[in-house]
Unconditional design. Sequence first.
Length: 254
Amino acid sequence: MYSPDKLTIETPEQIPLEFPLAGIGSRFLAIALDMLIQTLAFLLVIFVGELLVPTVARFTPRAWTWAAAIFFLVLFLLYSGYYALFEIFWNGQTPGKRLVRIRVIGDSGRPITVYEAVARNLLRLVDQMPGLYVVGIVSVFLTARNKRLGDIVAGTVVVHEKAMQEVQPDFVAGTGASAPTSPALQISADELELIERFLQRRYDLSPEVRRQSAEQIAARLRARLGTAQDGSESAEDYLETVARQKRDSASFSR
């Protein structure tokens, strides 16, 4: 079911994953934090420049010319490259986004690419017009997935992410019935990633979708591994046990 507050992605395994969309408040707070960091970095550059340039000027008359060039280069990088570079190397997050716990992802639910990071931030200047991100705010209100112009062009969306302790799979020793050890170690890295992706996102799913998804993945694994279904354990218990055994095995490597 469509929800204006969530992005629902249908994976190739036909498992719907739901991402809560970030709204104006959280995004504005992230931008405010990033602008504070940019300002502090800019002031630091000015401070260092005031200390170094007079010393260098004693040895070359062109010191002030080079200082001006470096000043405008740093200004450009702080303004234009800050967001794109952080989103590229921090998997869709800037320091402000990380503190607020929001992230940029592709419309498909996949991590943001270099092209998407650059494209969405090239439009940031337009989104800021005529000041205080008025164009971007209007765009967020008018679009179905809370997108500013940069997101529309790049095919990206900003979503909330849970704290790591909230999204980690519940691999607690002693929970659920034990799955056969040898068959569990035969699952591939892709199958383990599928299991863990479900376990991490299950609390965002509706109860019925959560149950059906767990049963589909468990049935797929049992069929491939040749293990019989134990009526005393749920599909989620089975997935938790299989994933835990695979992760704990000394032979596992990625």
